[in-house]
Design a protein. Structure first.
Length: 193
C-alpha cells in the first residue's frame, strides 16, 4: 500500500508540506506527520475523487510531534481517475492541494482488508497514582483554576455555621449546616477532579 506523506507545522504554525502530485493503485494511506504543537487537519476529496475514494473520518486531531495514519479506501474504480485532495489546517487558515491519480486496484488488492496498525499494539496501561500524589494533583488543579479564595471563604463560612449550630443547640440549624457541608464538599470534589 502506498503512502502519501503530509508534514504539518514544520516551517511554521499550521504550515502544510505535501508533494504536488501523488499516484496510487487502489487504496492508499495518508501519513499526517506533525512536527510541532497539536493540530486539527481536515481532508477532503474533490467531486471527481469523492465518488471512489473515502476516509472513515474527514477531521483528524494530531497530537504534538506525532504521526497519524489515515487509510483511504478506493472502491468502484474501473479506470484511472484524477482529482485533488484538499488538506486544511488552522480551521481554514492554511490549505494545500495534492493532485491525485488513482488507478484501479489489482484483483488481489481489491479483496484485501486494510487493518489499522493501532490494532497491533497492546493498549497502554495507566500507572497507578499513589493517594498522596492524587491529593497533590488535586491541590495543584485547585490553585491553577483560581479556586483557593473560594475554598477559603467556603471553609470559613462552614466554620461559622458549625459554631452557630453548636452555640444555639438547634436541630434545624444543625441540619441546615449539615446540608451546606455536604453540598460544599461535593462542589469542592467536582471542582478539583
Amino acid at each position: 500500500m502506498s503512502t502519501l506523506s503530509v508534514e504539518l507545522n514544520g516551517d511554521a504554525v499550521h504550515s502544510i508540506r505535501a508533494p504536488d502530485r501523488f499516484e496510487a493503485t487502489g487504496s492508499f494511506a495518508v501519513a499526517l506527520e506533525n512536527k510541532g504543537r497539536s493540530t486539527h487537519v481536515h481532508l477532503h476529496f474533490d467531486d471527481d475523487l469523492d465518488r471512489f475514494a473515502s476516509v472513515a473520518e474527514t477531521n483528524h486531531y494530531v497530537e504534538d510531534e506525532a504521526t497519524n495514519t489515515v487509510y483511504v479506501s478506493v472502491d468502484g474504480l474501473t479506470e484511472p481517475v484524477r482529482g485533488k485532495l484538499k488538506v486544511v489546517t488552522g480551521y481554514g487558515s492554511n490549505v494545500r492541494y495534492v493532485d491525485l491519480r488513482l488507478d484501479p486496484p489489482e484483483k488481489a488488492d481489491a479483496e484485501r482488508v486494510v487493518v489499522d496498525e493501532s490494532f497491533s499494539k497492546p493498549p497502554e496501561s495507566t500507572p497507578a497514582v499513589p493517594p498522596t500524589r492524587r491529593a497533590a494533583n488535586a491541590v495543584e488543579r485547585l490553585v491553577e483554576r483560581g479556586g483557593v479564595p473560594g475554598a477559603v471563604a467556603g471553609f470559613l463560612a462552614l466554620a461559622v455555621g458549625v459554631t452557630i449550630a453548636v452555640a444555639l443547640d438547634s436541630a434545624v440549624v444543625s441540619a441546615a449546616v449539615a446540608v451546606v457541608l455536604v453540598v460544599s464538599l461535593a462542589v469542592a470534589v467536582l471542582a478539583v477532579w
